[in-house]
Design a protein around this ligand. Structure first.
Ligand SMILES: C[S@@+](CC[C@H](N)C(=O)[O-])C[C@H]1O[C@@H](n2cnc3c(N)ncnc32)[C@H](O)[C@@H]1O
Length: 214
């Protein structure tokens, strides 16, 4: 992580009230794919990490039983809560939590995250993916800045002073090592994509075999 949690929280607190008007076409495409792939069932609990102003959480709430949003920026979550109230959405709850300490230990069926995990270092992303796997969701849908090819620092999606995106390969390895199977890869841009990771009988069956070979 190139900035501390406090720095990131302060940065997002500051831009919270203009955040929703400042997003790119690629961000919107990515968010739409996360929503589409998350596709919760009506009795599902969704955990949305780095929930921000609730773009994903609020879009999924009408289809899910409950959505739990976690973030480090109170300012971003105040915007999210205000939108939930305006839209009459009552099955969503926002509170403090990080990727590696989500501060939620209830049941989770689907975990989502959009445009947030790239703030973590690759090692922290691996730890976060392990923490998420331990919550035993059946699916984790990650939309984010990620490198499909050689990173180009002049591209608008990558600010080297604050962002630390991983390659798609690094993320795929982290998912597989945590017991997920990668079931979809969506490339939105050379530096933006959506990965769908699922756990199930196949993933569980593969884990002991993989361990035995090591
Ligand atoms: C670019 S916004 C994305 C918000 C939302 N997911 C969306 O799609 O609009 C990134 C969010 O990640 C949050 N964030 C950054 N680092 C985090 C961390 N380690 N744990 C949880 N949230 C974090 C920021 O506070 C911010 O609200």
């Amino acid at each position: 992580m190139k900035k501390s949690l406090e720095d990131h929280a302060a940065r997002f607190d500051e831009k919270a009230n203009e955040y929703d008007d400042s997003n790119s076409e690629e961000y919107r495409a990515c968010a739409n794919l996360v929503i589409e792939h998350a596709a919760p069932a009506e009795d599902d609990v969704v955990l949305d990490l780095g929930t921000g102003t609730g773009a994903i959480a609020l879009a999924l709430a009408p289809d899910a039983d409950r959505v739990v949003g976690r973030d480090i920026s109170e300012g971003m979550m105040e915007e999210a809560s205000a939108k939930a109230e305006d839209e009459g959405i009552e099955n969503v709850e926002f509170g403090h939590g990080t990727f590696r300490e989500p501060e939620y230990d209830g049941p989770v069926d689907v975990v989502t995250s959009n445009f947030a995990m790239h703030h973590l270092s690759d090692e922290q992303k691996r730890e976060a993916i392990e923490v998420i796997a331990d919550l035993e969701p059946r699916k984790f849908v990650l939309g984010d800045v990620m490198f499909f090819g050689e990173p180009d620092p002049s591209e608008p999606f990558y600010s080297p002073d604050v962002d630390d995106p991983a390659t798609v390969g690094t993320l795929a390895d982290a998912f597989t090592n945590a017991g997920f199977s990668l079931t979809a890869v969506e490339r939105v841009h050379d530096q933006v994509g959506v990965l769908v990771a699922e756990r199930g009988p196949m993933a569980d069956a593969e884990t002991p075999e993989t361990q035995a070979r090591e």
